[in-house]
Design a protein around this ligand. Structure first.
Ligand SMILES: [Zn+2]
Length: 343
């Protein structure tokens, strides 16, 4: 972390905003090891490997999920060897991480590969980033940043960024920060250690559906956004009103993950209850997703793929047709969508 992070930080125990830094080790980039100490109540927060730890009094669900991620064999290589996310594997697969989200075309990003889902959602990430019209002056908070490639992209655009996550996957950021710096902290989205009105943008990809208390999370995000600021959510799961909860959620829960299948109506209500007066749910292009997915799987240019390309080229026509899919998508499966909330 850098000392500039202290500007808007607040203590989780007493909400005070003044800290002392006990610095044990630093490099030219940042403080690597040490402690932050609250000047009011004396609470102390560990800095380790550049990442500040604001996880405390973790509720059971959060600590279970953190443990589940630590023991998960996230990476499998072509020979079938499995690797957890550790300092060693981060070093070993640094080129793979650097190529996120779209990937370098290698095995890891293809069908069945460890990073397939991220690669196949990469278009959605870039199109959202494009729509945000970033100037480089924004203060950005990423929630559930995981490997934090999104924070890296925001930082490359010049934004001042804080990446947060509950898991050690965040340690991958140590690769990225050498090229474009951003702060990182272990922190829980239900209790964000920043003062009111701090950020211009809060960004999250496939994160909030891990919460069992969406209203609280939206409330926290609303609080730390400055007036006029935006919350941008992509890749969140959701189910149609008539759709039964997919058995995969049960499997995930047994492994310790908190994934929940909310309907779009529940998403909208939680955003509203959390304080957002304006929450816009956008159902995204089906053709975009289809093309990205088929291309990544090396598909031949057949009729369906040609049709998808046609829709991509004639956006007005696709939008017109999408209008007819709104109701079926709300009822059965929303597929790709995005939520933008304005404070
Ligand atoms: Zn305190």
């Amino acid at each position: 972390m850098r000392k500039s992070l202290l500007d808007n930080l607040i203590c989780l125990d007493c909400k005070n905003s003044s800290f002392s830094v006990a610095e044990d080790e630093s490099n030219q980039l940042e403080i690597l090891n040490g402690r932050l100490i609250c000047n009011k109540c004396g609470s102390s927060y560990q800095i380790s490997g550049g990442i500040v730890n604001f996880l405390r009094n973790m509720n059971k669900a959060v600590s279970r999920e953190r443990e589940a991620m630590d023991i998960d064999d996230y990476i499998s290589d072509e020979q079938g060897n499995k690797y957890k996310i550790t300092d060693d594997s981060i070093r070993q697969f640094s080129e793979v991480f650097f190529s996120l989200p779209e990937g370098d075309g290698s095995y890891f990003f293809k069908k069945g590969g460890s990073f397939q889902t991220i690669a196949e959602a990469s278009d959605r990430f870039y199109s959202t980033l494009g729509q945000l019209s970033i100037t480089g002056k924004e203060k950005v908070l990423e929630i559930g940043a995981s490997f934090s490639y999104a924070s890296f992209k925001f930082a490359q655009k010049g934004c001042s960024v804080v990446a947060t996550d509950i898991s050690n996957y965040l340690k991958v950021s140590n690769l990225f920060v050498k090229k474009a710096y951003y702060d990182r902290m272990f922190s829980d989205m239900h209790s964000i250690p920043f003062a009111d009105n701090t950020f211009d943008i809060v960004f999250a990809a496939a994160v909030l559906h891990h919460s069992k208390d969406l209203k609280k999370v939206f409330g926290e995000i609303h609080r730390v956004l400055r007036p006029g600021g935006r919350l941008v959510l992509i890749n969140e799961t959701s189910r149609g009103i008539l759709e039964r909860v997919h058995p995969v959620y049960k499997e995930m829960e047994e492994k310790g993950y908190g994934d929940t299948a909310y309907t779009l109506a529940e998403w909208g209500k939680a955003a509203h209850d959390g304080g957002f007066k304006k929450a816009k749910i956008e159902l995204l292009s089906l053709a975009d997703d289809y093309v990205t997915r088929r291309k990544n799987r090396g598909a031949k240019l057949d009729f369906k793929l040609r049709l998808a390309y046609f829709f991509k080229k004639h956006r007005g026509f696709e939008k017109f047709l999408l209008w007819f899919t709104i109701l079926p998508r709300f009822l059965t499966r929303p597929k790709s969508w995005r939520l933008i909330c304005y404070k």
